[in-house]
Design a binder for this molecule. Structure first.
Ligand SMILES: Cc1cc2nc3c(=O)[nH]c(=O)nc-3n(C[C@H](O)[C@H](O)[C@H](O)COP(=O)(O)OP(=O)(O)OC[C@H]3O[C@@H](n4cnc5c(N)ncnc54)[C@H](O)[C@@H]3O)c2cc1C
Length: 425
C-alpha cells in the first residue's frame, strides 16, 4: 500500500517552483499555498496587485491537497443551531455564503477549463439510525420554512436510489453541492495566479514576522526575506507559532482517508448511484465518494494526542468501509493518507483583519473545500478595501482558546465521548 494520497498519485499540471532565496519585495505577501492563499493571490493579481505566496511544502501539501473533495453547502453545525447562535438573518447570510462558494468554484473551473473532475450532482447525508432520519426531517422543515431552501429526505426503502448499503437508514439529499479532485484544482489555481503575474515560492517557510517603522511587514523565511505592504496569513490547521493570536485560535484535528483499487465500473455504480459527496450523521463520521478513476475514497477521524497507532486507525477505517459496503471485503486498498482539519471554538470559520494589519481566514471545520476559495476572494477584497469583503463570519479580534496547549487531550476526550454517543443514540 502506498503512503501517498490518491490525489498526489493522479495529480496533473504540477510545475517546479523555486525557493525564495535572498531579499525580495512585493505588495501583498500570502503565507500558505492552499485554496485560501491561492484564491487570494489569484483574485488580487486579477486586480493588478503584486503578490507572492510562501508555501513551506509544495502546493497542496496542507489540507487542500489531501481532502475528500466534497464541496458542500452548509456548515458543520446545522442551520437550526446557527439560527439559535446567531439569529435567522445572520444564518441566512451564512447559508448564502456557502452557496456562493460553490458557484465561485464552478465559475473558476468552467471559465478556465480546469480539468479537476468537478461534478455538481449534490451531496447525500446518510442517516446512521432511524432517529437521525427524524432529525433530518426536522432540519428539512427549518430549511424550507426559514430559508426557502429545498432538500429531499429518503427513508430506508428508497436507499437504493443512493447507496447499496444496509448500514444506513435513509438520509437527506442536497442538490447544490459538488465534488472535485482537490489537488488538481489547487494546482490549477496556482497556475492561474502565476498566469496573472503572481509569484509562488515553494519549500519556503515563513519563520518570523516583523512590522517595520515605515509600516511594511518583513517576513523572514528559510533562506531569505520578503518585505510587503500587506500580509495575508492562511495557514489554517497547519498554523505553527508564526502568529500566536491565530495559531492559538485554531484547533487542528486529524482526518484520515483510504482509496481502493479501481473497481469494476458496474459494481461501483451499483454501490453509489450518483457522483455525489456522501457523509453520515455519526459524530465520528465517515465520508466517501467515488472517483473518476472508479475507486472509492473513504475517510474518517484520525489520531488524537498520539494515543492510537496510525496503523490501527487505518485498519479500523477499512473495517468501517466494509461495514458500509460488505461487497468490498476482498478489494485492495491502494492508498492511505492523513491531514489536518481546522476548527474554531465556535465551529464556524473566522475571517478578518487583526489590529496589527494581518488578514486571515481559517477554521472551516471540514467545509473548506467549498468555503476557502470564496474566503480567499473576500480577503482580496479586504486587502483592496473595496468594501465587498463584508460578510457574517468577520472577526476583528481573536480570543485564544483557553488552555490551548491541552487541546489535543481535549479532542481525545471529545472523541471518546462522541464514540459513546454514536453507540447510544
Ligand atoms: C483528510 C481531509 C479530508 C477533508 N475533506 C474535506 C471535504 O471533503 N470537504 C471539505 O470541505 N473540506 C475537507 N477538508 C478540509 C479542507 O481540506 C480545508 O478546509 C481546506 O483545504 C483549507 O484550505 P486552506 O488553504 O485554508 O489550508 P491548507 O490547504 O491547509 O493550506 C495551508 C498551507 O499553509 C502552509 N504553511 C503552514 N505554515 C506555514 C509557514 N510558516 N510558512 C509557509 N507555509 C506554511 C501549509 O504547508 C499548507 O500548505 C478535509 C481535510 C482533510 C485533512
Amino acid at each position: 500500500m502506498k503512503q501517498l494520497s490518491l490525489w498526489e498519485a493522479t495529480e496533473k499540471g504540477r510545475k517546479h517552483r523555486e525557493k525564495l532565496v535572498g531579499d525580495q519585495t512585493c505588495e501583498v505577501v500570502i503565507v500558505g499555498g492552499g485554496f485560501s492563499g491561492l484564491s487570494a493571490a489569484y483574485h488580487l493579481q486579477k486586480q493588478g496587485y503584486e503578490t507572492a505566496v510562501l508555501e513551506k511544502g509544495r502546493i497542496g501539501s496542507g489540507a487542500s491537497g489531501k481532502n475528500g473533495g466534497q464541496i458542500l453547502t452548509g456548515y458543520v453545525l446545522s442551520m437550526s443551531k446557527l439560527i439559535k447562535k446567531y439569529g435567522l438573518p445572520t444564518a441566512k447570510q451564512m447559508l448564502q455564503l456557502t452557496l456562493d462558494s460553490i458557484d465561485l468554484i464552478e465559475e473558476i473551473v468552467k471559465k478556465n477549463n480546469i480539468s479537476c473532475g468537478f461534478h455538481r450532482e449534490g451531496h447525500f447525508q446518510a442517516a446512521y439510525k432511524p432517529a437521525h432520519v427524524e432529525w433530518l426531517k426536522r432540519e428539512q422543515d427549518v430549511l424550507q420554512r426559514d430559508f426557502g431552501y429545498e432538500v429531499k429526505i429518503i427513508g430506508k426503502q428508497e436507499m437504493q436510489q443512493e447507496l447499496d448499503s444496509s448500514f444506513y437508514t435513509g438520509g437527506s439529499i442536497d442538490d447544490k453541492s459538488a465534488i472535485f479532485h482537490p489537488l488538481n484544482y489547487a494546482l490549477a489555481l496556482a497556475n492561474l495566479a502565476e498566469e496573472q503575474g503572481g509569484i509562488i515560492y515553494e519549500e519556503t517557510e515563513a519563520l518570523q514576522l516583523a512590522r517595520r517603522p515605515d509600516g511594511k511587514i518583513k517576513v523572514t523565511t528559510t533562506e531569505g526575506s520578503l518585505t510587503a505592504d500587506q500580509i495575508v496569513l492562511v495557514t489554517n490547521a497547519y498554523s505553527d507559532d508564526l502568529h500566536p493570536a491565530i495559531s492559538r485560535s485554531v484547533i487542528p484535528v486529524e482526518s484520515i482517508m483510504i482509496a481502493t483499487e479501481p473497481l469494476p465500473p458496474d459494481l461501483l455504480k451499483r454501490l453509489i448511484k450518483k457522483n455525489r459527496g456522501i457523509y453520515d450523521t455519526k459524530n465520528l463520521l465517515y465520508y466517501f465518494r467515488k472517483t473518476d478513476d472508479h475507486r472509492l475514497a473513504f475517510g474518517g477521524s484520525g489520531r488524537t494526542a498520539g494515543r492510537r497507532e496510525a496503523k490501527q486507525l487505518f485498519s479500523q477505517l477499512h473495517d468501517g468501509m466494509i461495514r458500509v459496503f460488505p461487497d468490498l471485503k476482498e478489494c485492495r486498498i491502494e492508498y492511505q493518507w492523513s491531514g489536518k482539519v481546522a476548527f474554531t471554538k465556535e465551529k464556524v470559520p473566522y475571517i478578518g483583519q487583526l489590529d496589527d494589519g494581518t488578514h486571515f481566514a481559517f477554521g472551516y471545520a471540514g467545509h473548506g473545500a467549498a468555503m476557502s476559495t470564496l474566503m480567499g476572494k473576500l480577503i482580496a477584497a479586504n486587502v483592496m478595501k473595496t468594501g465587498e469583503g463584508k460578510n457574517p463570519l468577520e472577526k476583528t479580534a481573536l480570543t485564544p482558546i483557553p488552555f490551548y496547549h491541552q487541546h489535543a487531550k481535549a479532542v481525545s476526550v471529545m472523541k471518546h465521548y462522541y464514540r459513546l454517543l454514536d453507540k447510544l443514540f
